[in-house]
Design a protein around this ligand. Structure first.
Ligand SMILES: [Zn+2]
Length: 288
């Protein structure tokens, strides 16, 4: 829990918004978790790096909602992060009455317009400081291998859950973040699966991939260290390397002209360790 709180408390944009706009945005809404987060942030700022701060009030708020986080054990960092982002988003959502569901029919539009229409559709439902900062957009593409007809679908995300490449499951050496990202966007061929193409109207073989289309301001990457072997659930101890600066993410958004990233946060399922890349944040954090 502490490692995630350190990351979120240090997130550029969120801190400033909480200090300058949170209280005015509350109106008469019930925002218990966000209140606790605001109090913790205020305490941390007052401490100004001296001593340590215990997030006991926030932990109480979390425990009341999710029993999984009620003890003092080592919880799953990614699950806690998703809970924190989702719950604070719900509390701070600027949309109070969501429009009715409507079927999306954008296939005839250029891909950039399809992306924009999906983004607008989501924004009519979910629009908060959390989506302002953490929400990105994925594009799923299916291409016919007979007539080259392409279909696209878009989905939003608050964090990217990424598998390790298969080669990483066979040894406990080192792998790069770029290798993991490349596996995420790899093209997959689907043969003899009876897929019916909307272009040539025939059962065809297709290729499909998922790539980033819109980057969030703050990109959260969750590396899935657990996998299922023939006998049991195993954990990979592979070290993941990544450049401290200058990680070029544009190649993971090959169909987009609107990609940028301001900060990368790495989340691991294990405890805080140098391998997770969280050490520099811990050193700087006043949480202790
Ligand atoms: Zn086709």
């Amino acid at each position: 829990m502490n490692s995630i709180l350190q990351c979120v408390l240090l997130s550029p944009g969120l801190t400033e918004w909480m200090i300058t706009k949170f209280q005015a945005s509350q109106k008469h809404r019930s925002t218990p978790l966000s209140n606790s987060f605001f109090d913790l942030l205020s305490t941390v700022r007052r401490a100004n790096g001296a001593g340590s701060v215990t997030p006991s009030d926030l932990k109480t708020q979390v425990s009341r909602t999710v029993s999984q986080f009620s003890g003092f054990g080592q919880q799953d960092a990614q699950e806690f992060l998703r809970f924190l982002l989702d719950r604070m988003h719900d509390e701070l959502n600027r949309v109070t009455v969501k429009p009715k569901y409507q079927e999306m029919k954008f296939e005839k539009h250029p891909v950039g317009e399809q992306s924009e229409k999906w983004a607008q559709y989501y924004r009519q439902r979910d629009d908060s400081i959390m989506t302002d900062l953490f929400e990105g957009q994925l594009m799923s593409r299916v291409g016919c291998l007979s007539c080259n007809h392409q279909t696209y679908a878009f989905d939003n995300f608050l964090d990217l859950s990424i598998d390790f490449p298969r080669k990483a499951t066979r040894f406990t050496g080192t792998i790069s973040l770029e290798d993991c990202m490349q596996k995420f966007i790899d093209v997959e061929k689907i043969i003899d699966a009876g897929y019916k193409c909307e272009g040539c109207k025939k059962p065809v073989n297709v290729e499909k991939d998922i790539t980033l289309y819109r980057f969030p301001k703050l990109l959260v990457i969750h590396l899935k260290r657990f996998y299922h072997s023939a006998m049991r659930r195993e954990k990979l101890n592979t070290t993941v390397t990544f450049p401290a600066k200058g990680l070029d993410l544009r190649k993971y958004a090959p169909h987009s002209s609107k990609c940028h990233a301001e900060l990368i946060v790495l989340i691991c399922r294990s405890s805080v360790s140098v391998k997770c890349g969280l050490r520099p944040l811990r050193d700087k954090s006043p949480l202790g």
